[in-house]
Design a protein around this ligand. Structure first.
Ligand code: ATP
Ligand code: MG
Length: 418
């Protein structure tokens, strides 16, 4: 290990060691002939000034030893990924992912065969990007084997080693490249990496739909989602994954117009590639969306398609009809998509969206029982009277007050009994 790779950790990284739970895990594993360090995302985020999520710990101790030490210290351990050397330790409910140092002995583009090792440098080099490969000991020494610190300071995302070979080991890294660029980097994408992603694009077909979905959703939730998705689309790779020509401009606009924080990634996905309910169905298959997710997209697409071609937003009465027909959530989703699509008229669509958000959920406030109670005979007549009542209620502008509702009921019952 060359001494130039080890240096006192910058204050932002060192500050992590102020956490008692983290120190407890490190001390437990960093003793009696074993070593342990904080690695990966937590260090990267601390140095970028971003919120730190879960801690990943790398250790020379093998999983059984980690479990035994946890047990002796009365810490709960969960064997979350024993086969690849990961044990989760819980300290007062806070999870720490502890992974034994590894080296790849064989890769097939998806899975790696690993063997445990005691070499922190080798463990760093099998990681994907330089900014993900730092490690720090509990005495605040930062190890940087691949120039990660300088890249973090420059907000530069680079593969460790030759991008083409690294992608061939694991094609998910193509998606991770765009995801991390959107989340943590600034400026143009690394041209060499971009070229490697293009060269190796055939490999994307080998990834499981769950993994594609996971990376894509994280990409859509990242601060530079719009910009990076644009570049991703230009490569042709995104379209191939989604099975359509993506519309990054609409996503950029959706993100730009979003008030009160970023919209959720699912709506971003809709902006990117949903125009019709069929598109939502296709994505359900391609990305293994859950039923509620697919349903939301289908409903949004249906409402969106019903607005298609409008030059200006529907007036108040039609807006209420849209909410009644589609449900409030789908109506709001569709209006946000319309705003993103018609950016030249964004202010008007924003107003419509704001009134839809402020409107109540519109459900028919009557049932057959109300009509029965007014003497409408049971059977076919009830169904017809209920439809008539619904039309009257819609035409009256969805009133909610009791007196007006009673009048409508009386009128519909009288008409049914004629
Ligand atoms: P996030 O905040 O998004 O969770 P993270 O850096 O923790 O960021 P993970 O996907 O949780 O990202 O991975 C943890 C670490 O494991 C990464 O920082 C990276 O060093 C390494 N890693 C994860 N996936 C891969 C991969 N496919 N190839 C190489 N290294 C990887
Ligand atoms: Mg993580």
């Amino acid at each position: 290990m060359s001494s130039s790779t080890a240096a006192p950790a910058p204050p932002a990284a060192k500050a992590l060691l102020g956490r008692k739970d983290l120190m407890r895990v490190l001390s437990l594993l960093d003793t009696d002939g074993e070593e342990a360090r904080v690695v990966g995302g937590a260090l990267r985020n601390a140095l970028l000034g971003r919120p730190v999520g879960e801690f990943d710990i790398a250790t020379t101790a093998e999983p059984e030893a980690v479990i035994a030490r946890a047990k002796a210290a009365k810490l709960k351990s969960v064997p979350t990924g024993l086969a690849h050397g990961t044990v989760m330790l819980l300290v007062e409910g806070e999870p720490f992912e502890v992974t034994t140092l590894r080296e790849d002995i064989e890769t097939d583009g998806r899975h790696a065969k690993v063997r445990f090792s005691r070499d922190f440098a080798a463990d760093a080099k099998r990681r994907d990007f330089t900014m993900n490969a730092l490690s720090m000991t509990r005495d605040a020494t930062l190890y940087d084997y691949v120039g990660g610190l300088a890249d973090i300071e420059a907000r530069r995302l680079r593969f460790i080693g030759d991008p083409v070979s690294r992608i061939r080991e694991d094609y998910l890294r193509i998606l991770r490249f765009f995801r991390f660029a959107a989340a943590y980097a600034e400026g143009p994408l690394d041209p060499e990496a971009l070229l490697a992603c293009l060269r190796e694009r055939e490999g994307l077909a080998r990834l499981s739909r769950e993994r594609v979905r996971g990376e894509l959703m994280k990409l859509l939730a990242a601060p530079r989602a719009g910009e990076v998705t644009g570049e991703f689309s230009e490569t042709g790779l995104l379209g191939a994954l989604l099975g359509c020509a993506p519309n990054p401009r609409r996503l950029v606009n959706l993100l730009r117009f979003a008030e009160g924080g970023a919209p959720d990634p699912l709506l971003g996905l809709a902006a990117l590639c949903v125009n019709l309910p069929e598109d939502a169905e296709r994505l359900r298959g391609r990305l293994r969306l859950s039923n509620p997710e697919a349903q939301r997209l289908v409903e949004a697409a249906t409402a969106f398609a019903s607005l298609h071609g409008l030059e200006k937003p529907p007036a108040a009465a039609s807006l209420l009809r849209l909410i009644f027909r589609s449900g409030k959530r789908a109506a709001c989703d569709a209006l946000a998509l319309m705003q993103a699509e018609n950016s030249e008229n964004a202010a008007a669509w924003r107003e419509a969206l704001a009134s839809a958000r402020a409107a109540p959920e519109l459900r028919l406030p009557f049932s057959g029982t109300d009509l029965l109670a007014r003497g409408v005979p049971d059977g076919k007549a009830i169904g017809e009277a209920l439809r008539d009542l619904q039309t009257r209620w819609i035409e009256a502008g969805f009133p909610q007050d009791k007196r007006r509702l009673a009048e409508l009921l009386d009128a519909a019952a009288a008409a049914a009994k004629k």
